[in-house]
Design a protein around this ligand. Structure first.
Ligand code: ZN
Length: 418
């Protein structure tokens, strides 16, 4: 076999692989192949303002090509996405994925068929005392990408349903700060749950300590994720404590002491959003009320991200807080598909801020991809307070690719993953 000349090599490259299949170019063809090609779908990548028919070529766990047509012959494996949406891997900013220690947790990888999600943020499952096992036994072994907010309570959510902040002594600021400082690649900030049944007589003290732990850690960009829903005292006082970059979750809860009163959003809620407090949905099993969300959104108190708050209790409720289903609710509340996708990809990726090009399908991005179907037709939704709404379309999970490997078929050989 004669070696290919430099001229032939360049000609082949310029022709986009036209040498494929020629004996002389066998070695080149092999090197030119993609591990996986996601074929025929409609790519929607808000970070590139792209919504068009594209094939996605994946090599070495990275996005290697995004082209109108990649020939089948260049694919070691093919994933048919005809008629489907191809999105950057979905990111759930509020999940509970620590089954062994958090009483609410579920195994992240097991959720994938229902969530098509590649990145989960553990929202306070672990506290300082239980964090090490989250890192070494859960995060290290999951195929899903996992980040965490560490709970200000050193026991995290292990004591659920007993409130983890009924005893304020669990809120050890120095231990929480140390966990942050020692794990900046994994920990995004401090979680605190401010509900009367969780904090008892301790009022806003857990939140104050959560803020202090962020400050004391010395890690720049560290945030508090604060849960509300029947919060103690006047909600405005709580909202006033939140700093730009902190996250308010369960923003549309109807559990009491809501962000909306008599149809009007609290001035303190709008002021918080205006100064840069980030708004998360955190639907969960008891934290999303249409009669709060609708006026709130109409008056400008819109979400920045769509966290599902999926966990072992909420996952069994009729509100079905799986990320694509919660996204579907916002699609039917009047947000565009682009807005809804951005709130579950590009925006949370920016907030996580740990991995270059997370949340996009740009060349060189991690090969985390979610394939969904936008199903047109009547659909019934229910919130967590039995309010129902009719919709006209919803997102249905089809396939999920994490680090270039699909969950389920087609199986790569060898199966090892990065
Ligand atoms: Zn939660």
């Amino acid at each position: 076999m004669r070696p290919i000349s430099r001229r032939e090599f360049l000609a082949g490259a310029a022709a986009g692989g036209s040498l494929l299949g020629l004996g002389a170019a066998g070695a080149l063809a092999q090197a030119d192949k993609f591990d996986l090609v996601i074929k025929g779908g409609e790519v929607l990548d808000t970070s590139q303002k792209l919504r068009a028919r594209r094939d996605v070529g994946i090599r070495n766990a990275l996005i290697a090509a995004l082209e109108p047509e990649i020939p089948d012959t260049r694919a070691k494996q093919l994933l048919d996405a005809k008629g489907k949406l191809v999105l950057p891997g979905l990111i759930d900013m509020h999940a509970h994925v620590y089954p062994q220690v958090s009483a609410l947790g579920l195994p992240a990888d097991e959720l994938v068929p229902y969530t098509a999600t590649t990145t989960y943020v553990s929202a306070g499952d672990a506290g300082a005392n239980t964090f090490s096992a989250l890192k070494h036994y859960i995060v290290a072994q999951a195929r899903s990408r996992i980040y965490a907010f560490v709970h200000i309570s050193s026991i995290g959510l292990s004591g659920f349903p007993v409130g983890e902040m009924l005893n304020i002594d669990y809120a050890d600021v120095d231990q929480a700060a140390k966990t942050l400082a020692e794990n900046p690649e994994l920990v995004l900030g401090i979680k605190v749950r401010e509900s009367v049944d969780v904090v008892g007589a301790n009022g806003l003290e857990p939140l104050k300590r959560a803020i202090l732990a962020c400050e004391r850690s010395g890690v720049r960009g560290t945030r508090v994720m604060c849960h509300i829903g029947n919060a103690p005292g006047e909600l405005s006082a709580l909202l006033d404590l939140l700093r730009p970059g902190d996250i308010l979750t369960h923003a549309y809860s109807g559990a009491g002491n809501n962000t909306v009163r008599d149809g009007k959003v609290l001035a303190a809620a709008l002021a918080a959003k205006k100064r840069g407090v980030l708004i998360d949905v955190g639907h969960g099993g008891g934290s999303f009320d249409y009669t709060v969300a609708e006026p709130a959104i109409a008056q400008g108190f819109t979400p920045d991200m769509i966290g599902s708050d999926i966990h072992a209790v909420s996952g069994n409720t009729p509100g079905m807080p799986y990320l694509p289903w919660v996204m579907s609710k916002f699609l039917n509340l009047g947000f565009s598909l682009e807005q809804v996708v951005a709130m579950a990809t590009a925006t949370p990726a920016k907030i996580i801020g740990r991995v270059d090009k997370l949340g996009t399908l740009a060349i060189g991005a991690p090969a985390d991809v979610s394939v969904l179907e936008l199903v047109e037709g009547p659909v019934d939704f229910v919130d967590t307070r039995k309010n129902t709404r009719k919709g006209s379309r919803h997102l249905k999970p089809v396939a999920t690719v994490r680090a270039g490997r699909p969950f389920g078929r087609p199986y790569p050989v060898p199966f090892s993953y990065p």
